[in-house]
Design a binder for this molecule. Structure first.
Ligand SMILES: N[C@@H](CCC[C@H](N)C(=O)O)C(=O)O
Length: 277
């Protein structure tokens, strides 16, 4: 199978051009390619497919083989792939995902995509839509017992579920110890991605993420959007914020009039290759 490994601020996936390749069992393939010792090494697998509803379709799988509905860093890389590898010459494209069609604007320099701005849609706070089991309709900084400790959680869906936890120190957090307890918490019947966040000022926050299905990653695009929405709902930041992640920065803007979040960030090719599945 021919593939291209790409990364968006360190959130790396193996991309397969399904205009040319067929992947029989994507879930098994995701586990195999993601292995950092016996495979290519990635946070998961992303298939770029033809679509009848949009310019392209993106299908994403986490490192454990589970399917994700949306991937913010992944969709920027899809935009770079389809433009740089000549599948389109458009700089405004639409991509169908399991959480609906997303629209992307590409900034091109010297014939290559450098930055991508994505309309990530509306943040969803209603617990039944996230889904989260909770007596309240919305969970905005509510206590949640996780492994016998109380955390204050803001729950948001960006097409996939997120639990946002504000704290004073994210650098020293033992995320490997606590992340799995959030991921499999009974309050989140479909699992959850968890963002641990420190507010630096009203325009800047830093975060680490424990992703459902992939563990700690260097960045999560949907997570950064969920964090921006949670920051505004808690009165911590303005609508436009820089989210500093382990792998780099993302610019997030929640346009309250449109009730739409825009994410802007880079996308890069690491290498092309072939693998026997
Ligand atoms: N890294 C992604 C999110 C990938 C999917 C997630 N782990 C899930 O299962 O919901 C991003 O950049 O948004």
């Amino acid at each position: 199978m021919k593939f291209t490994k790409m990364q968006g601020i360190g959130n790396d996936y193996v991309y397969v051009n399904c205009f040319q390749e067929t992947v029989e069992n994507p879930s098994e393939a995701a586990k195999k390619v993601s292995d950092r010792h016996f495979g290519i090494g990635s946070d998961g697998l992303i298939l770029i497919k033809p679509s009848e509803k949009a310019d392209f379709e993106m299908e994403m799988y986490n490192a454990d083989g589970s399917q994700g509905a949306m991937c913010g860093n992944g969709i920027r890389c899809v935009a770079k792939y389809v433009y740089d590898y000549g599948l389109t010459d458009k700089t405004r494209i639409s991509v169908d995902t399991k959480s609906g069609i997303k629209y992307l604007d590409l900034t091109v320099k010297n014939g290559r995509v450098e930055l991508v701005k994505v309309n990530m849609g509306k943040p969803e706070f209603h617990t039944e839509k996230i889904p989260m089991k909770h007596k309240k309709e919305k969970v905005i900084r509510e206590p949640l017992a996780v492994n016998q400790q109380i955390y204050e959680v803001t729950a948001v869906s960006m097409g996939n579920p997120h639990a946002v936890v504000f704290m004073d120190d994210v650098k020293g957090l033992d995320i490997r110890a606590i992340g799995p307890y959030f991921e499999k918490h009974e309050a989140f019947p479909e699992g959850v991605n968890t963002e641990f966040v420190r507010v630096l000022d009203e325009k800047t926050v830093e975060m680490r993420v424990w992703e459902r299905g992939s563990g700690e990653t260097l960045a999560c695009g949907t997570g950064a959007c969920a964090v921006a929405a949670a920051c505004v709902m808690n009165g911590y930041t303005e609508e436009e914020v820089t989210v500093k992640l382990l792998g780099g920065d993302l610019k997030i803007f929640w346009d309250r009039k449109e009730d739409t979040i825009y994410m802007t960030g880079p996308a890069e090719v690491v290498f092309d290759g072939t693998i026997e599945l």
